[in-house]
Design a protein around this ligand. Structure first.
Ligand SMILES: Nc1ncnc2c1ncn2[C@@H]1O[C@H](COP(=O)(O)OP(=O)(O)OP(=O)(O)O)[C@@H](O)[C@H]1O
Ligand SMILES: CC(C)(CO)[C@@H](O)C(=O)[O-]
Ligand code: BAL
Length: 382
């Protein structure tokens, strides 16, 4: 724990021969402690500040405002990858100071979900941010740089105590319905309540001019846009495109759970969605014409796996394949050319059968992994 006494005084006191001098150490006020900490904490060899308390971050934020520096926020749960970095790059182009939040928010995880095993890679994250900081400094096309990481504790984020993760749990929540109830919200009933609640907190703490979210979590972007609109929040939501592996798999912090065998089949969802997109590009508009061939491909890929030996195959379950309205996420029977649509899906990759000795099963021994992906069908102007 951080001491309530100043570092300097503690160092001195530990070297003291006279106990009398020890009594000179005075408790610092909370704001002095926070100021001391915010001054000290940076990612080594960078000027990127690391804030763990709201008060210190707010002091820093206030200074940005006085200096007419715009602030962009990139909310993350850490375990950074190129998808996160692409959002930070966007934010650095458009803002003087970029804040990256790293916080694994418990309230968006269902009670039986992977909160405990969620990857935490602070050292690697710091290294990636250090490298990106250098890259941004060398690129003259940016307005700003990564100025701060906000990595709060749960006590800090939930000052009245962490609310229950149960569906009927009590607490101070933001709920955005009906858009947060369908698709991901139907499979994970407390997910968007947790996301909207933590994002409301982050936006209140950082007061960013702009916030950056990835299209990979498309329904999340729709929920956040709706929250900003309906709560009259003074920030602009910017969405960055989905970054993918060369074979089409959307980058995701959860991919590390897959292991080699499941990784080779994990492209099933992107292939299924591409099939529907191809039909759209060819002029098809009805639900059956778009989702029919996509669902058929999912069935064939599943059968292909089932015909393999247990020690070779990968079993998966398609949770949903959706064709939805881009503003409401409600299912549509026909794509309206003036609005376009959103193709999205979720697949559950089941743990491998008959694991072989020495087989790479992935993080936490390869639990079930739920992957999501989507494609935006752009409006067509005639
Ligand atoms: N492949 C990606 N391309 C672009 N943005 C992404 C990608 N993956 C995640 N993001 C965005 O990064 C932000 C932080 O996401 P998060 O930390 O949950 O990472 P994640 O990879 O989505 O993790 P998870 O596996 O838990 O879904 C979100 O706005 C998310 O949409
Ligand atoms: C937006 C977010 C950081 C809120 O915890 C999370 O849902 C995520 O990483 O997508
Ligand atoms: N990227 C979304 C965070 C989650 O699945 O919990």
């Amino acid at each position: 724990m951080f001491s309530q006494y100043s570092k300097t005084l503690l160092v001195k006191s530990s070297k003291l021969s006279s106990p009398k001098l020890f009594t000179i150490a005075r408790p610092l006020s909370t704001s002095q402690v926070l100021r001391a900490r915010s001054k000290d904490a940076t990612i080594p060899n960078t000027s990127i500040k690391v804030f763990r308390e709201i008060t210190a971050l707010r002091q820093w934020r206030h200074k940005q405002m006085l200096d007419y520096r715009s602030v962009g926020l990139v909310p993350t749960m850490g375990a950074l990858h190129e998808g996160h970095l692409s959002l930070i790059r966007m934010a650095a182009k458009e803002n003087s100071s970029v804040v990256v939040s790293i916080y694994v928010n418990p309230t968006q995880f269902g009670v039986h979900e992977d909160l405990d095993s969620y990857p935490k890679t602070w050292e690697k994250d710091a290294e990636m941010l250090r490298n990106l900081d250098r890259e941004l400094a060398a690129d003259g096309g940016n307005l700003g740089k990564i100025a701060a990481i906000f990595a709060p504790t749960t006590n800090e984020m939930y000052p009245s105590g962490r609310p229950s993760q149960e569906i009927n749990g009590k607490g101070s929540f933001i709920t955005i319905t009906p858009v947060g109830e369908v698709l991901e919200g139907a499979s994970r009933p407390t997910f968007f309540r947790g996301v909207a609640t933590v994002c409301m907190k982050l936006f209140n703490i950082v007061t960013p001019e702009k916030v950056y979210f990835g299209q990979k979590d498309v329904q999340q972007t729709v929920v956040i846009k709706r929250m900003v609109k309906d709560f009259c929040m003074d920030t602009q939501v910017v969405v960055g495109e989905t970054r993918r592996e060369p074979d089409g798999l959307a980058l995701s912090s959860r991919n590390v759970y897959l292991g080699t065998r499941r990784r080779s089949v994990a492209t099933v969802l992107s292939k299924v969605l591409r099939t529907a997109e191809t039909a759209y590009v060819r002029g098809k508009r009805s639900r059956d014409e778009l989702l029919g061939p996509a669902n058929e491909l999912a069935r064939l890929l599943m059968m292909e796996q089932q015909q393999l030996k247990p020690e070779e195959r990968v079993q998966f379950e398609m949770d949903y394949v959706s064709l939805a309205d881009p503003e409401t996420m409600q299912e549509v029977d026909e794509v309206d050319d003036t609005k376009g649509g959103i193709l999205s899906g979720a697949v559950k990759m089941l743990p491998v059968e008959s694991p072989q000795s020495g087989e790479d099963l992935g993080l936490a021994n390869g639990p079930p992994v739920r992957l999501i992906d989507n494609i935006i069908l752009k409006p067509v102007t005639k």
